[in-house]
Design a protein. Structure first.
Length: 486
């Protein structure tokens, strides 16, 4: 399977497994190699200690030993070598040799020797014995065809009437090195089995972990503009579950956006059809009479203006689904309430009253809140008559603040309390005869309140009428509560 770019497509599951295999293989090989290196270093250390110990023991006997036959210090090297070798026991892979020269030259013979299970002893290799005996060094290594030999030598110089001699301890490290190699081989074998088991387990675990990711891909492939209802089941509380929750939240936003788009198109088509029909009908029937033409132009302009208001309101409601619909910032609520009151007084000849203000700082979009409050004030003007009271104010709550517009009009029928906040709905019974518009004003107010994380409520006014309240939870600090009747 290949991707659109033409490159081979490799699943995330396989890539995770390959990386896991590579990392584990490198790690296990490094552990095995490090273990082998440590074991070989330990072998070298033990061989050095053994050679030094044997050489030191012989040197002590040569310096301080007494010939048991004469009770005197050793002068002849042969009895010294014989006595020492008779008392020693060679470890496995170790040789203890006494070499005696002739006429100060090469060793003529082995005085005695001890060996511990050596396959190719140095004692049977005259050439190697000569090399060791003639060497000027106290320690060294022989690289023979049969294998490596590590040795240490203690020389006994020639004296009057006696040839030169030497004590040699030799060690064949091949056996110990083979043990380290066996450990390395065993570790590699165990690591291979562990790697195979890890591969199988990793394949299963990666599949289970990435299952939600596959569900995301499958769900995304099944999504269409007509069907955005698919959701991913969320299990657990890990990063994959968080990914599924985020994807589901994205689908929720997409579904709301498409729903808003469809609603916008449906609403626009429904509400604009009537004014378009009116405009077209009047233009088709318009005659040559100047008065008739003037009346037709007036009607067309009114319908076009109404269409423009409908489009602007619909665009505003469509924008309410965007995250930048509101731009909150610190606002002094008392000043905001007073500004709304001043602007609302110009809407109509009513008994306007600033019922109260709250001296607090809120975190909200002052322009949007002003737009909502002015819309509520306009709504109150449309459903009252000159001289009736319209009150504007703000007050504190335990968890926020309320901004409200109260009128003394006919009120709202109980069955219409929820309906009036829907688009293009005015309720079954109007509150007044002067109401105009497409029925989008209260829907806009609701959208602004919800954009701030709040809500809009309809409450009865004491003595009759309706009170529309913006309930917001953006209060930062209540400094003082002022209820001032002006």
């Amino acid at each position: 399977m290949t991707a659109d770019s033409g490159r081979p497509w490799v699943s995330a599951r396989l890539r995770i497994l390959l990386w896991l295999i590579v990392v584990m293989a490198v790690a296990l090989t490094a552990v095995a190699a490090a273990t082998r290196s440590v074991l070989l270093r330990d072998v070298d250390h033990r061989i050095d200690n053994l050679l030094a110990q044997e050489a030191e023991e012989f040197a002590n006997l040569a310096r301080n030993g007494v010939d048991p036959l004469t009770g005197q210090r050793f002068t002849d090297p042969e009895p010294l070598l014989k006595l020492f070798l008779e008392r020693q026991y060679a470890d496995p892979d170790e040789e203890l040799l006494g070499l005696v020269g002739r006429d100060g030259q090469s060793p003529a013979r082995k005085m005695q020797f001890r060996e511990g299970r050596v396959d190719h002893p140095l004692a049977e290799d005259p050439r190697s014995l000569t090399t060791v005996f003639e060497s000027s060094k106290a320690t060294g290594t022989l690289h023979r065809r049969q294998g490596e030999v590590r040795w240490a030598k203690v020389e006994i110089g020639a004296s009057a009437g006696f040839p030169p001699a030497a004590f040699v301890v030799a060690f064949h490290p091949e056996g110990e090195q083979q043990k380290a190699g066996n450990v390395f081989t065993m570790l590699i074998a165990i690591s291979s089995v562990a790697l195979l088991m890890t591969t199988g387990i990793g394949w299963v675990v990666a599949g289970r972990i990435l299952r939600p990711v596959r569900l995301v891909r499958t769900t995304a492939a099944q999504l269409t503009e007509q069907d955005l209802t698919q959701r991913i089941p969320v299990q657990g509380r890990d990063d994959i579950a968080a990914l599924a929750e985020t994807f589901n939240a994205m689908l929720d936003r997409l579904e709301r956006a498409f729903a808003a788009q469809r609603e916008f198109v449906d609403d626009a088509g429904h509400e604009l059809r009537t004014p378009i029909t009116i405009v077209r009908g009047h233009l088709e029937l318009m005659g040559d009479d100047p008065a008739e033409r003037e009346e037709t132009v007036r009607i067309v302009m009114e319908e076009l203006e109404r269409m423009s208001r409908i489009v602007e309101d619909l665009l505003l409601l469509a924008k309410a689904e965007r995250p930048d619909f509101v731009s909150p910032e610190p606002v002094q609520l008392g000043e905001l309430t007073a500004d709304v009151f001043v602007k609302a007084r110009a809407l109509g000849d009513r008994d306007w009253k600033l019922a109260g203000t709250v001296d607090a700082e809120g975190y909200l979009d002052s322009q949007r809140i002003t737009q909502a409050m002015v819309q509520l004030a306009q709504n109150a003007v449309q459903h009252t008559v000159p001289g009736q009271r319209v009150s504007i104010g703000s007050r504190a709550r335990a968890d926020g603040i309320e901004l409200y517009v109260a009128d003394t009009g006919p009120g709202v029928q109980p069955q219409d309390h929820e309906v009036i906040f829907e688009r293009f709905r005015r309720g079954t019974a109007r509150r007044g005869s002067r109401a105009t518009g497409a029925g989008l004003g209260l829907a806009i107010v609701k959208a602004i309140a919800e954009g701030h994380g709040g809500r809009v409520e309809l409450r009865p006014t004491e003595g009759g009428g309706a009170t529309f309240v913006l309930v917001l939870h953006e209060l930062r600090e209540v400094k003082d509560l002022k209820e001032a009747v002006r």
